[in-house]
Design a protein around this ligand. Structure first.
Ligand SMILES: NC(=O)c1ccc[n+]([C@@H]2O[C@H](COP(=O)([O-])OP(=O)(O)OC[C@H]3O[C@@H](n4cnc5c(N)ncnc54)[C@H](OP(=O)(O)O)[C@@H]3O)[C@@H](O)[C@H]2O)c1
Length: 296
């Protein structure tokens, strides 16, 4: 059987690299030829370049891992945040709408501003607080309008992986450099390994009727402080760190940042669990796996 083509945009990002690494064991490789494209190979803000790629590949499937993810920088770089997070997905959706391709896109818990105290359902209206969240919401809306049946959006939270920069890798570096650390304890969310999100995406590829907004994160409801403590514990057990340092809980107000972050952003993933027939992964197990990969 001839393989269909799957275009992976933002292939050098942490999710993009994870999807490439796990693709051979995804069960999809015998049906789809994956075409990873980094930003230099395909800038999704360039409508002509997107259209030319579709002419060349005619992808049945696009997995968009591209994003402007510098949350604080976005506050003073609104133009580029919107170009990548709103115009880029719109370009992909326009080309998918023309060609009949399906678009799987990733969005964020930052489309909510954190006025919740229990997992946020799909019924809750988005109310982003910062430029990053507003730009990501604009991307969601463009896809839902242009691809009402063929667009699938996974909102996720607190992504980390062995690749690129993320909270886990930053903590490990600071824990090896410093004598103590203060970590914010009044923001709660669900850390999510990119490997877990990749599994949800792989499942979704095999369920072509699943569309629209979905939430997907690892199972957890913890603070950044709790996460840092768990990272240190896991890294000590794996031999990735050789000594424990004191980690102190601090308040958001003690660590001011240009962008306001949600104080609570645990996502209710029940719809995706049903639609994908996939159970959420335990954040602790996923963390241990990433620590082990970093150790190796
Ligand atoms: N990271 C998180 O904590 C988090 C949380 C919730 C949701 N998300 C969402 O999850 C998705 C994956 O995030 P991630 O952590 O894997 O992000 P990432 O590591 O920052 O990767 C994003 C990738 O997009 C690429 N990119 C930027 N502008 C582009 C453009 N104009 N055209 C094509 N590619 C472009 C970047 O290229 P360069 O490598 O050249 O910079 C980078 O490789 C994103 O949609 C993000 O919004 C992330």
């Amino acid at each position: 059987m001839e393989k269909q083509h799957a275009l992976l945009t933002g292939a050098s990002g942490q999710l993009g690299q994870t999807i490439q690494a796990l693709w051979p064991e995804s069960g999809l490789a015998d049906r789809y030829q994956l075409h990873p494209a980094s930003r230099t190979q395909l800038d999704i803000t360039n409508a002509d370049a997107v259209a030319a790629t579709f002419t060349e590949l005619n992808p049945a499937l696009v997995i968009n891992c591209s994003a402007y993810t510098a949350v604080d920088k976005a506050e003073s770089d609104q133009k580029n945040a919107f170009l990548v997070n709103a115009k880029g997905p719109e370009n992909l959706a326009i080309s998918c709408a023309k060609s009949g391709g399906r678009l799987i896109h990733v969005s964020t818990d930052f489309v909510f501003s954190g006025v919740f105290d229990k997992p946020i359902t799909l019924a809750q209206a988005a109310n982003p607080a910062g430029v990053y969240g507003v730009s990501k919401r604009a991307g969601e809306l463009a896809i839902m309008e242009l691809l009402p049946e063929a667009g699938l959006i996974f909102r996720t939270s607190w992504l980390y992986s062995p690749f690129k920069a993320n909270f886990v890798k930053t903590m490990l570096r600071l824990m090896s450099e410093r004598d103590s650390l203060g970590v914010v304890a009044d923001q709660r969310g669900a850390p999510t390994s990119t490997a877990s999100l990749a599994q949800a995406i792989f499942k979704a590829i095999d369920k072509p009727r699943v569309h629209g907004l979905h939430h997907w994160s690892d199972a957890g409801d913890i603070s950044w402080f709790d996460f840092a403590v768990a990272i240190q514990k896991s890294a000590l057990a794996a031999g990735l760190l050789d000594k424990a340092i004191p980690i102190n809980p601090i308040k958001t107000s003690d660590y001011p940042t240009p962008a306001v972050r949600p104080s609570y952003s645990v996502l209710d993933c029940s719809q995706a669990i049903v639609d994908l027939s996939l159970a959420q992964f335990d954040w602790r197990v996923q963390l241990d796996q990433v620590i082990q990969t970093l150790k190796n």
